[in-house]
Design a protein around this ligand. Structure first.
Ligand code: OGA
Ligand code: MN
Length: 200
């Protein structure tokens, strides 16, 4: 996998880039089915939020259910894992980000206005999370479903991203504030957080 010149440029100047299609329609639908099956099997738990040293649940801040994913090789989620690994290598070689391992999280906003208040995924000096890559698994997403990801790049107006099937958004975890606006239909996302190569 390679990054386009535009992607590298956008990451450097605005802190993020978007890709309309990451896996292709057939593979994307297979991943969606496997992710939905995990949700239906009841394996997800309400996400916590970190406030200083505390770990708390507060659906006024964050209303999603999550699970950490270590897919079996050969499964659709395994193919997504491989694509994220290749993306990390491309970010390291193409954008000089020096990334190492990543964590993969499945998140489901159940609808009913579930959202995630404006935040950053990492703070300089406090975390080794360097890059966030989010892949969306929502077929037939409509604007009435809400649930857009709103990015706040440092020097430009906010940017809204619809969480449509196979869309990818990549941003610098320490730099780009973002929020999930209230979702009125179940909303699935798989997020990879990449750590610096020297992280433990
Ligand atoms: C997160 C997050 C955004 C999204 O999980 O930290 O910001 O679009 N998710 O799901
Ligand atoms: Mn986030």
């Amino acid at each position: 996998m390679e990054l386009t010149d535009d992607e590298v440029e956008a990451l450097g100047t605005r802190g993020y880039f978007l890709r309309a299609a990451f896996l292709g329609e057939a593979r994307a639908r297979a991943v969606r089915d496997e992710a939905l099956a995990r949700v239906d099997a009841g394996g997800l738990r309400p996400a916590g939020i970190r406030r200083g040293a505390d770990h708390a649940r507060d659906t006024t801040v964050r209303g999603d259910l999550i699970d950490w994913v270590r897919p079996e090789p050969g499964t659709p989620l395994g193919a997504l894992w491989d694509a994220f690994r290749e993306l990390g290598e491309a970010l390291s070689s193409g954008a000089y980000l020096g990334l190492g391992r990543f964590d993969l999280q499945l998140a489901c906003y159940p609808g009913g206005g579930a959202h995630y208040a404006r935040h950053r995924d990492a703070f300089p000096g406090q975390s080794n999370r360097r890059v966030t890559a989010i892949w969306y698994a929502n077929a037939g997403w409509a604007s009435a479903h809400g649930g857009v990801l709103r990015l706040y790049p440092e020097d430009t107006a906010p940017v809204d991203v619809e969480p449509s099937l196979d869309r990818l958004v990549v941003f610098l975890s320490e730099q780009v504030e973002h929020e999930v606006l209230p979702a009125f239909a179940p909303r699935l996302a798989l997020t990879a957080w990449y750590y610096g190569r020297d992280a433990g």
